[in-house]
Design a protein around this ligand. Structure first.
Ligand SMILES: NC(=O)c1ccc[n+]([C@@H]2O[C@H](COP(=O)([O-])OP(=O)(O)OC[C@H]3O[C@@H](n4cnc5c(N)ncnc54)[C@H](OP(=O)(O)O)[C@@H]3O)[C@@H](O)[C@H]2O)c1
Length: 262
């Protein structure tokens, strides 16, 4: 942490600020990434890291793209969220465990009326998750599995036995509308979606994305990895920049917010 210097903050409403300590940078980050105070429905914030040349992973995982500044923002976003939403492909590839929040972050969450740690909610039409995986064995809070009514009952039973909270949202397929309704029913309004590309692509296709936080790591990766979003059909959504941050190592952190819906 002490090596992180988010060097310069460019925001539309104030002159560039250069932070000199990681503590003041962390405080500024919490302000810059605050969710809107009121939203009429769950607010879908999506967070990704990519290489300069657009790779979303190296050898199937995103770890090689991480930088200290990206890690700081990643942790900040989790601290601010009611729930971390992620597709099953990412959980399987990255062997996701439960979210971790440090002592100060827990205090801040509790002081603002939130539980100490946000749950991970995994989207899996097939409920195809390993009950022995870290998602179930290395977590402080029960993971939520959002699945379809026709998922294999034996798999659902195994995941329930492993400690999952099962939420059914759709039949054969989960639409973004069904997903938002399920999250709303659970009282989970500040949503942090950590991917992967298939889930992000569907959210774009359904015009369900409110905000994108994108880190560009200062590396070229080549390889065969895909982009941050993939979907069968393209759809243009206009976004407006909320801020651009640069760290001294070249990491660029951007936050983009969807233009207001009519
Ligand atoms: N660089 C980054 O920031 C970042 C972030 C995230 C992921 N990644 C990388 O992305 C790769 C994984 O990509 P991916 O596209 O496979 O990931 P994904 O979107 O996490 O997973 C796709 C799977 O999630 C489930 N799913 C997604 N949307 C659903 C919906 N609407 N309804 C029901 N189920 C849904 C399905 O699971 P079932 O098959 O179980 O039904 C589907 O097969 C990994 O290599 C990972 O490292 C990178």
């Amino acid at each position: 942490m002490h090596r992180v210097h988010i060097a310069t903050f460019f925001t539309p409403d104030r002159p560039p600020v250069r932070e000199e300590s990681s503590e003041s940078a962390a405080n500024t980050l919490r302000e810059l990434y605050a969710y809107p105070a009121e939203t009429p429905r769950p607010w879908i914030r999506v967070n990704f890291v990519s290489s300069i040349d657009g790779a979303v992973s190296v050898d199937g995982v995103s770890g090689a793209l991480g930088t200290p500044a990206d890690a700081l923002v990643f942790a900040t976003l989790r601290e601010l969220a009611d729930v971390v939403l992620v597709g099953a492909g990412t959980v399987r590839a990255e062997n996701y465990g439960g979210a971790r929040v440090g002592a100060e972050g827990r205090r801040r969450r509790v002081a603002s009326g939130m539980p100490e740690v946000p749950p991970i909610a995994v989207l899996s039409a097939r409920a195809h998750l390993d009950p022995q995986a870290r998602l179930f064995t290395d977590t402080e809070v029960a993971p939520i599995v959002v699945t379809c009514a026709d998922a294999d009952p034996a798999r659902i039973r195994a995941l329930t036995d492993a400690g999952a909270r099962i939420v059914t949202a759709g039949d054969g397929q989960i639409t973004s509308e069904g997903l938002l309704a399920a999250l709303d029913d659970l009282g989970l309004r500040r949503v942090l979606c950590e991917g992967g590309p298939s889930l992000f692509g569907q959210l774009i296709a359904d015009d369900a994305v409110d905000e994108v936080c994108l880190t560009t790591a200062p590396v070229l990766a080549g390889g065969t990895a895909g982009r941050v979003a993939t979907a069968p059909n393209a759809r243009i959504t206009s976004m407006t920049p909320a801020h651009i941050l640069t760290d001294t190592d070249g990491t660029v952190l951007t936050r983009w917010v969807r233009m207001p819906r009519p």
